[in-house]
Design a protein around this ligand. Sequence first.
Ligand SMILES: C[S@@+](CC[C@H](N)C(=O)[O-])C[C@H]1O[C@@H](n2cnc3c(N)ncnc32)[C@H](O)[C@@H]1O
Length: 420
Amino acid sequence: MVTLLAWRVPPRSRKRPATKRPATKRPAVKSSAAKRPAAARPTATRSQAKGSTAERPPDKGPITKRSPENLPERRTGAGHYFAELVPGLEEFGRAELKRLGAGRLDRAGDGVRFAAPANLASVLRARTVTAFYRSVTFAVPRPKGILGDQAMRHLLEEIGAVMAEGERAQDERFDGFRIAAAGADSPVFVRLAEQLESGTGLKQHDDGELLLRVRPDPLSEGWEVLIRLTPRPASSRAWRVCNRPGGLNAVVAAAANKLVGVRATDRYLNLMCGSGTLLVERALAGDAQRLVGLDIDAEALECSRANLLAAGVLERCELLHADVRSAPLPEAGFDALLADPPWGDALGHKRSNRELYPALLSSAARLAAPGARFGLLTHEVRLTQGLLASSNEWLVKRELQLEHGGHHPLLLLLERSSGG
Ligand SMILES: C[S@@+](CC[C@H](N)C(=O)[O-])C[C@H]1O[C@@H](n2cnc3c(N)ncnc32)[C@H](O)[C@@H]1O
């Protein structure tokens, strides 16, 4: 075991209880016209490249020939939302958003933008979206323009609306804010942070729950501010009361289940289930004839049990303490299988994977019914592709390359072939 992979469940989400914090008094959102208290100057502005898709640094020249004075300080994206998607898994996010009634989706950098739908609450329940934001576009040539009086007033109104809605709907408070932008340490962003501190009453700090992403607008000239709707990303699930090193990101798990297909007639098996992310997300996605998770590690199974219980699906699931190589389960007894085996970095070793991966593929083939689907998520790309190239048990139906937290794992959809 080395370190926890960044793109897997962040350790922070494990600690944070889903309980309401005691209410403390905080001033209402004010206009940016309010004078900045001289002492409120933050010592530093968080520079967080993570999640930022800025293609050009701030204040490095206008994007149009017009000077900021000649551009109207107006919002062009008012009433819009942004859904951040996992690169490589966008199709699942888009399909779910459509199904939930998001309407027209416009690709915008690492996600999609859509106009405020009538049934926003339903859209926000999407399980294959990393995070939802309010999107505010300013027709300014550089971030400095957002500091203008009219633009800042609009931004503060939008932030105020997000905070009020967050507290009302999610029973959670935003304790501080942080800015994610290329060049977030620049004087312009320091000034922006000062004005936001003054206007919102929130302090800027590294763990600030109100996340603001500032980037060049992907759909028009100008700059976009994305205001995350929730203190935590949507991928941080309320059911996760237990985590393990290597625990899978729940959004990736939800998409992997969709890739394999969710059918009420399925006998579903999550091999090497760990903390149960795939199993929980599958149980929440719909009915199945049978839902089974197995792992060699008894502590991992306890963790799965706790998460399944918190999700309210424990009674529908079976957990099995077994080695995947000799699992006492019926031959050809499963229609849908999922596995997220050790990648050999955070968990396991590259050397042992050379023995474990072929065993996993042949055990899964033994347990799979003819035509069964098998979703395999792995960072052992060469090893897996080499094994599948010579396999007469599994056909590769789809191969998706994901990008998340600096990793590029493969998500494969395999089908049990009739030969082998
Ligand atoms: C990457 S973790 C799975 C993470 C899981 N998807 C989650 O969200 O927590 C890999 C799991 O494989 C299990 N494992 C390793 N070797 C195994 C074996 N031979 N049989 C069964 N499980 C095994 C480990 O105990 C570990 O829980």
